[in-house]
Design a protein around this ligand. Structure first.
Ligand SMILES: *Cc1c(COP(=O)(O)O)cnc(C)c1O
Length: 348
């Protein structure tokens, strides 16, 4: 039997879901790719600004139903920021204390949002330290370490329940090519790519899932050689994606193809996208879109038409001091001009 508090907590999350709307699927028309339709699933419009709103909801329900989260439980999470913002929102909804364990380099806007929702931030120097620091805090405070990097793929209802894949296919129904040739996604936890890949298989869709990986991430090498002990000593510079270790939530078997995207290419792409969309997006969306442009060019070369879908993971307003600051980019990412030129060449 669940406690009254737990019953109320689950109702509270379900009611919050009932009050929410689905996210838009934006169609992007690029004259350079005739007959090739590009789509962005805009996850920036969730109340907490990113696709992690979905994950946080799922992780809280999973923890509540498993009996891991009870009245008064302190919630602790290792995050590069987005998940912590969304979890702080749900922790406040349930009246639970929340602590985010994050690299000190996390965008200030995200830190402010976590604190806005009443969460606390605990900083570590290197992205590789967030796991051990979270475990230690959970032990000391007798709290619950949410551990998105382990539980993202299993807390998400991949078979349905309006998960992101089901939503994309429903929104594609009246398009010229309702079943996309490609879906492109980057991996942080790997949870979203796992949900999409499993959904494609469950539905028998003939869609290729490409996962794009930034520099300093071990996911792509792991996908190639299966070595789960791979480590990177340097963290990813693209917030939200690319991990220094193989996360348990990353499911390689459902991925058809992986593509390495230089960090400077991701940044070049968001600056280009700003002109095309009229909006600023986060750098991981640049990584995604760089992959989309490569696949679109390939389809064009082969004389094919069709559709490619990717995610707009979060808004660029969070990153005005980093990816949208030319000085920061020059000293932290390097010269983006060669990639801007490549985009211009592709788009003729
Ligand atoms: C988490 C995240 C991703 C990757 O999603 P996963 O489902 O964790 O693989 C991409 N972009 C941003 C901004 C993120 O926060």
């Amino acid at each position: 039997m669940m406690s009254q508090w737990t019953t109320r907590a689950i109702n509270e999350i379900n009611a919050d879901y009932q009050r929410s709307a689905d996210t838009h699927l934006i169609r992007l028309a690029l004259p350079a790719f005739p007959g090739i339709y590009l789509y962005l699933k805009d996850e920036s419009t969730h109340p907490t600004g990113s696709l992690k709103h979905r994950l946080a909801r799922s992780l809280f329900l999973y923890g509540l139903c498993n009996g891991w989260i009870e009245e008064g439980t302190t919630i602790i999470e290792a995050s590069s920021g987005s998940t912590a913002v969304s979890e702080a929102y749900f922790a406040r909804l349930l009246g639970l204390p929340f602590i985010a364990v994050m690299p000190a380099s996390t965008a200030r806007r995200k830190i402010e949002q976590i604190e806005f929702y009443g969460g606390r931030c605990h900083f570590v120097d290197s992205p590789c330290e967030i796991y051990a620091a979270s475990e230690q805090l959970a032990r000391e405070l007798n709290g619950h370490y949410m551990d998105q990097f382990t539980f993202a793929e299993r807390a998400t209802d991949w078979r349905g329940n309006n998960n992101i894949a089901e939503s994309i296919f429903r929104q594609m129904a009246n398009e010229p090519f309702p079943v996309p040739d490609h879906i492109v996604m980057s991996a942080g936890t790997g949870g979203t790519s796992a949900t999409i890949g499993r959904w494609l298989r469950l539905q028998g869709h003939d869609t290729q899932l490409t996962v794009v990986d930034p520099e300093n991430s071990v996911f792509m090498d792991y996908w190639h050689n299966g070595d789960a002990s791979l480590r990177s000593t340097v963290g990813s510079r693209i917030e939200g994606i690319g991990r220094p270790r193989v996360e348990p939530s990353f499911v390689p078997g459902v991925i058809d193809n992986m593509l390495r995207v230089p960090d400077a290419a991701s940044v070049a792409t968001i600056l280009w996208l700003q002109n095309v969309l009229g909006r600023r997006v986060g750098a991981s969306t640049g990584t995604n879109m760089w992959g989309v442009l490569q696949l679109a060019a390939q389809m064009r070369e082969e004389g094919r038409t069709g559709a490619i879908v990717t995610l707009l993971c979060d808004s660029g307003e969070r990153y005005l001091e980093s990816y949208y600051n030319p000085q920061w980019v020059a000293s932290n990412v390097g010269d983006i001009r060669p990639f801007s030129e490549q985009i211009n060449t592709l788009l003729g």
